[in-house]
Structure formats: C-alpha cells, structure tokens
Design a protein around this ligand. Structure first.
Ligand code: KG4
Ligand code: ZN
Length: 339
C-alpha cells in the first residue's frame, strides 16, 4: 500500500503544534511551541492571549514541522487539524491555517476530534495496539472511561459528573500555591510527600459504577487548607499533594479495574495530559499486571497536547474516507463520538 503522509495541526488550548506523521504510526516531526511561560503570569490559560500567541506561532511551527520531516507540501497526502473540543479562538487559528494550506496545495482536509487524537497517541509507540481495547482518557477537560471498538469509534462507559481529573489537579495546585500548570507541579511535589498522611474521601456516584466526581475531593482539600489556616497549623504541602494525588489515582484505577473485569477487555490504553502523571501510570500498570491485561501509555510528551497524535488519528479517518469540507469550523463543545 502507498505511504500516507499527513501534516497535522493542533491549537486547541495552550500549545501551538504541528507534526508530520506517516501511516498513522511513524512520526517524522513533532513541533510543539508551549505558551506555559506566558500563562504562568496569570495562574491559568487566558483564552484571548492563547489565540493571539497561536496566530503568531502557527506559521513558523508548521514550517518547522515540514522542514524537520524533510517533506514538502507536494509530498503531503492530507492536512489534518483539531477542530474541537477546546477554546474557540485557539481552535480557529489551527482550523484556518489547515484550511488555507490544504486549499492552496489541493490536498484533502481532515478535521480531528482532540480526544480521538489523545487516544491515538498510543498507536505511535505501540505498533501492536489495535482496537478493540478499553481506554481511560484523563485530560484538563475530560475524564472518560471508553471502549474503543474500532479506529475512531468510541462507546462511553463512564465520565466525570463535575470536574475533570486534570482540572482537579490544576485547582488543587493553585490552592496549595504551586501555581500553573498544576498537574506536573503536584506530581513533582507529591514525590516528597506521604500519600497516606491525609485520608480524602473517594466519591462514589450513585447508580453509575463507572462515573467519576472530583469536585468533592477538591472541596475537601480546600477545607483542609482553611481549617489549617484557622487553627494556625502548618500545612505539609508535599503530604497534601501526595494524599490528593493518591485519592485521584485510586479512584481512576478502581473504576478502570472494575470495568476491565466486567468487560473482559485484555488491553488498556491510557490517554490525555494526566496520563503523564507518574503515580497514575504506576498504579494502572500494577493493576493491569495483576489482572493479566496489557497496559499501554504514550511517552509523557505524547500524553500532553501535541500534533503527532492528531496525525495518528487522522490517518485512520483518512482511510475511512472521512474528509472535511471547506466549511469546517471550530466546535468548542464537540462531544466524544461526534464528527
Ligand atoms: O491533554 P492535555 O494536555 O490538555 C487537554 O486536552 O486538556 O491535559 C492538560 C491537563 C492539565 O490539567 C494538566 O494539569 C494535566 O493535564 N497534567 C497532569 C500532568 N501533566 C499534565 N496532571 C497530573 N500529573 C501530571 N504529570
Ligand atoms: Zn488535550
């Protein structure tokens, strides 16, 4: 079969990214321009600033991706882009760039769901991984337990009722004073702390065995901090970070284990920014070993936002003939399983 080379663009949040991916699994280049330093000043992503920075970076990032891959636009078979979910202004920059490039070069355009991209990040380093498999998607906006029944085909088994796992990390990091970006900072701090120092509640969602809830845990951390402040006790930040992280990791692992046992899936792939969390990776790996399930996780750089994962997902959409029209628009609230 002829090689399919895809130029992929991702700009849904605070990374401007472009990549060239061959046959969905081989990354020829993966360029990521992070805006973290810029948003750190404000303690979180400022949408308008993110959009402006994407406008500034998108052309150099795409040029660099083509150059690093040593391919020209003529050698590209399709242009792929994240069109949702995400920040509307940020998404629009990538979508407009991809449309312009594809139209000018007379190449097909493939709109990709951001979360489908996160899951597809697993295909890059695990050449043997093919659907069907179970997947735990944990990012800044999503906490979903899903069945991947075919490439790009998802059945949602459970999801968060309130905050996403990454959102809980970010909010707790802010409360402890670790700042943005919260997840990696809590992860690092937790390494110095005792995860059993503080016992936080593990929320069960009534009647939904596989749903998650993290807002109660977030409130418990805030209450703990308020109580310490009122009584003049000093807070051990490392213990707090480790105990909070353990509560999140335990719940994610328990629900996933229950689903694996019920469904009989022998493969689990974790995806999304929180999948780079060291404690979560260890816990899921140990659980999978215990259950005789093969565990897949992308390298940390492919867990957080990047365009290589969009190129991987786009390849399978391209094979299915799922091309987008020139009216492709940013869809900030795009749901998983929708196209
Ligand atoms: O997938 P992602 O890069 O963007 C979204 O699609 O949301 O995920 C970002 C989220 C943020 O909430 C960030 O704090 C979290 O992933 N995150 C982590 C870690 N690295 C990133 N959470 C826990 N531990 C980490 N090491
Ligand atoms: Zn993401």
């Amino acid at each position: 079969m002829k090689d399919i080379t895809i130029l992929a663009i991702e700009s849904s949040c605070d990374e401007t990214a472009a990549a060239v991916v061959r046959n969905g699994r081989t990354v020829l280049s993966n360029v990521i321009s992070s805006q973290i330093a810029l948003h750190t000043l404000y303690g979180g992503v400022v949408p308008e600033i993110a959009s402006r920075k994407h406008v500034e970076k998108i052309v150099p990032v795409v040029k660099e991706a083509l150059k690093a891959a040593n391919v020209t636009m003529e050698e590209i078979d399709a242009v792929a882009v994240t069109y949702g979910p995400g920040l509307v202004g940020a998404l629009l920059v990538g979508v407009s760039m991809a449309k312009g490039l594809a139209y000018a070069a007379k190449k097909p355009l493939v709109g990709v769901h951001h979360i489908e991209g996160h899951v597809a990040a697993n295909f890059i380093e695990h050449k043997d991984l093919e659907p069907p498999f179970a997947s735990l998607v944990v990012s800044g906006g999503h906490t979903h337990l899903v069945e991947v029944t075919d490439y790009g085909v998802f059945r949602i088994i459970g999801k968060t009722r309130d905050d996403a796992a990454g959102e809980a990390f970010d909010k707790v990091a802010r409360a402890i004073g670790l700042g943005y970006p919260g997840g990696p900072k809590v992860d690092r701090k937790a390494k110095e702390g005792n995860p059993d120092a503080i016992v936080f509640p593990k929320a069960k969602v009534g009647g939904a065995a596989y749903d998650f809830s993290f807002s109660g845990l977030k409130s418990a951390v805030l209450n703990y901090l308020n109580h310490a402040e009122m009584t003049g006790e000093t807070v051990n930040e490392a213990d707090l970070a480790a105990s909070f992280q353990k509560a999140v990791v335990d719940v994610l692992t328990e629900r996933t284990e229950a689903f694996l046992k019920e469904s009989g899936y022998r493969k689990l792939a974790v995806a999304g920014g929180v999948a780079s969390n060291s404690a979560l990776r260890e816990s899921l790996k140990a659980m999978c070993e215990r259950c005789g399930v093969s565990f897949y996780a992308p390298s940390p750089v492919l867990c957080t936002d990047n365009a290589a994962m969009i190129g991987a997902a786009a390849y399978y959409e391209y094979l299915k003939g799922a091309k987008s029209g020139w009216d492709l628009n940013a869809v900030p609230g795009l749901k998983l399983g929708e196209r």
